[in-house]
Design a protein around this ligand. Structure first.
Ligand SMILES: Nc1ncnc2c1ncn2[C@@H]1O[C@H](COP(=O)(O)OP(=O)(O)OP(=O)(O)O)[C@@H](O)[C@H]1O
Ligand SMILES: Nc1ccn([C@@H]2O[C@H](COP(=O)(O)O)[C@@H](O)[C@H]2O)c(=O)n1
Length: 196
C-alpha cells in the first residue's frame, strides 16, 4: 500500500516547500495541486473545458506563480464542476508507489481522506506575504491583500473549502526556518511509518 501525505493550508504558508522536502527525503512522488488550478485559470476561456483538457505541458507555463495567476486559480477553483474534473487525476496520483505527497486546500478533507498523515500548514498573514513577495519580486502590501482575498474566497466556497481535516496536525511555521519546519514534518512521517 502506498503511503500518502496530505498537506493543506492557506496561500504561501510553506506547503510546497515541506512537500518537496518530504518527497525527496522519503522517495515519494509530489504533486502541487495548486498548479492544476493555476493552469486552468491561466488558460482562459471556459474553465470546465480547460480543466477537462488539461495537459502536462500546461503546468510548465512560466507565468503561473504570479499573484494574478493565484487569483484566477482561486476563482475557477470555486466552480464545483472544475474541481470534479480534477479529482480522479489527483486520487490516482496519490496511489503511486511507494508513496505520494500532495499539497493543496482539500487534500486531507476530500481528495485523500484516508491519508496516512495530514498536515495543515499555517503562518501569520504578514509572514506569508513577505515570504511570497520576496519569492516573486512583488510588493509586500499588494501581496498581503491578494493572499487575504484568496484565502477568504477559498474558505467561503461551498465545494471543498479550505479547512483542516479533523485529524490533521497543524504546523505553524511563522517562527520556524525552512529547516525547522521540514525537520518537524519528517518526525511526524517517521512516527506514522512506525505505527503502520
Ligand atoms: N519556514 C519558512 N521560513 C522561511 N521561508 C519559508 C518557509 N517556508 C516557506 N518559505 C518560503 O515562503 C515562500 C512560500 O512557500 P511555499 O511556496 O512552500 O508555500 P505554499 O504554501 O506551497 O504556497 P502556495 O499556496 O502558493 O502553493 C517560498 O518562497 C518559500 O521558500
Ligand atoms: N487542492 C487545491 C489546490 C489549490 N486550490 C486553489 O488554487 C489556488 C492556487 O493554489 P496555490 O496552492 O498554488 O496557492 C488556491 O488559492 C485555491 O483557490 C484549490 O482550490 N484546491
Amino acid at each position: 500500500m502506498p503511503f500518502t501525505i496530505a498537506i493543506d493550508g492557506p496561500a504561501a504558508s510553506g506547503k510546497g516547500t515541506i512537500a518537496r522536502a518530504l518527497s525527496q527525503r522519503f522517495g515519494f512522488h509530489h504533486l502541487d495541486t495548486g498548479l492544476l488550478y493555476r493552469a486552468v485559470g491561466a488558460k482562459g476561456g471556459d474553465p470546465l473545458s480547460a480543466a477537462r483538457e488539461l495537459q502536462p505541458g500546461d503546468l510548465e507555463r512560466s507565468d503561473l506563480r504570479s499573484n494574478e495567476a493565484g487569483q484566477a486559480a482561486s476563482r475557477v477553483a470555486a466552480i464545483a464542476e472544475v474541481r470534479a474534473a480534477l479529482v480522479e487525476f489527483q486520487r490516482s496520483f496519490a496511489r503511486t508507489e511507494p508513496g505520494a505527497v500532495l499539497d493543496g486546500r482539500d487534500i486531507g478533507t476530500v481528495i485523500c481522506p484516508a491519508a496516512e498523515l495530514k498536515l495543515y500548514v499555517i503562518a501569520s498573514d504578514e509572514v506569508r506575504a513577505s515570504r511570497r513577495a520576496a519569492e516573486i519580486g512583488a510588493d509586500a502590501a499588494e501581496t498581503l491583500a491578494a493572499l487575504r482575498e484568496r484565502d477568504a474566497r477559498d474558505a467561503a466556497r461551498a465545494t471543498a473549502p479550505l479547512r483542516p481535516a479533523e485529524d490533521a496536525v497543524t504546523l505553524d511555521t511563522t517562527e520556524m526556518s525552512i529547516d525547522e519546519a521540514v525537520a518537524q514534518a519528517i518526525r511526524l512521517v517517521e512516527q506514522r511509518q512506525t505505527r503502520s
